[in-house]
Design a binder for this molecule. Structure first.
Ligand code: ATP
Ligand code: MG
Length: 329
């Protein structure tokens, strides 16, 4: 059976610099990965590396410049709009960093949850609707549900609001939730609660997550597999434990050396970057070449292609020869 999500050579260029001197910013370069059923995949990387761009493309808020997105083996970008889009939205939901930004202060929590239920025909009667709203609130641990349903967003804490956002995503019974830094604005003390809720939804409902974060410790805590991004490139991917224990890409190694204690607080972020990589008219070669301790000539000439080392680990670096090339030697 095909994976739930199969992203193939996705690219995204943004036009920047105005019409007089138009330039292209390459936010995403040739990104390929799969995400299985009942799997949590973490996407880590420093600010501006293209994490949210991947999420926006996968939830179809924006169209890619190149590449394909398959859901259960079906090419979703080339299906007709309208019906197909609604069906896709039902299966792939997104939650954002700031749950307050997406909640309307004039509506009750109950009204927020009724909307998607009605839009996607999930309730037949008024009584049915409120039963479902209460069940959703129960699922995300907002109890007593009838009381919470009558409240307004501003009466809830940040963590509670993020639970509402998760409940709203769950309303349409999605297969995949794209979670873009869902805990980074929450108090450290309640981050684990939201992460545990994600784990619970994976186990009990079989929901998959793309979990975007700066925070390696939380990524390790929830994710089956991890992907590391740098300057619009997915530079490495693999099972979380293997990737953290034996990083392959020099950038991943640098990242891990800067995070001394992976068991520690979820608050620890990625180090501030020194020397931002150029995304507008990038030089040829590997985007990490300028910072890489293992750089060689070929790195400044050729962009490395993703290499599969064993069945589950992928790295994009000239240190690792392409299997086909080694075989012919
Ligand atoms: P952060 O950790 O700060 O959220 P990110 O990894 O999510 O960063 P993206 O939001 O994906 O990064 O942005 C990748 C690059 O694309 C950045 O350089 C950003 O400035 C640029 N970018 C994103 N959206 C647009 C846009 N609409 N127009 C022009 N450039 C954009
Ligand atoms: Mg982002």
């Amino acid at each position: 059976t095909p994976p739930l999500l199969d992203v193939q050579q996705l690219g995204k260029l943004y036009r920047v610099g105005g019409w007089l001197r138009p330039k292209h910013l390459r936010a995403l370069h040739d990104a390929s990965f799969t995400l299985g059923h009942r799997e949590i995949l973490a996407l880590v990387g420093e600010s501006g590396s293209g994490k949210s761009t991947i999420a926006r493309l996968c939830v179809r808020l924006e169209a890619p410049t190149s590449g394909r997105i398959l859901l259960d083996g079906r090419d979703v970008l080339h299906e007709e709009r309208g019906r197909a889009t609604l069906a896709y939205r039902r299966r792939v939901q997104m939650i954002f960093q700031d749950p307050f930004g997406s909640l309307n202060p004039a509506r009750t929590i109950g009204q927020h949850l009724e909307r998607p239920l009605l839009l996607h025909d999930k309730a037949k009667t008024r009584a049915d609707l409120s039963t479902r709203v209460h069940a959703l609130l129960d699922t995300v641990g907002l109890v007593p549900a009838p009381e919470v349903a009558a409240k307004y967003p501003q009466e809830l804490s940040g963590g509670q609001r993020q639970r509402v956002a998760i409940a709203r995503a769950l309303a349409v019974e999605p297969d995949l939730i794209l979670a873009d830094e869902p805990v980074s604005m929450l108090d450290v003390s309640i981050r684990a609660d939201v992460l545990n809720l994600m784990l619970d939804l994976k186990e009990k409902r079989g929901i998959s997550f793309l979990y975007i974060t700066h925070d390696l410790a939380s990524a390790r805590y929830v994710a089956d597999r991890m992907m590391v991004m740098y300057a619009g490139h997915i530079v490495e991917a693999g099972p979380s434990d293997a990737l953290l224990e034996k990083p392959l890409h020099p950038y991943t190694k640098l990242l891990l050396s800067a995070v001394p204690d992976l068991e520690g607080s979820f608050a620890r972020g990625l180090p501030a970057r020194s020397g931002a990589p150029a995304l507008v008219d990038p030089p040829p070669g590997c985007p990490f070449a300028a910072r890489c301790p293992d750089v060689t000539d070929v790195c400044r000439r050729e962009t490395p292609r993703p290499i599969s080392l064993d069945e589950r680990r992928v790295v994009r670096c000239h240190l690792y020869p392409e299997p086909s090339r080694t075989r012919s030697e």
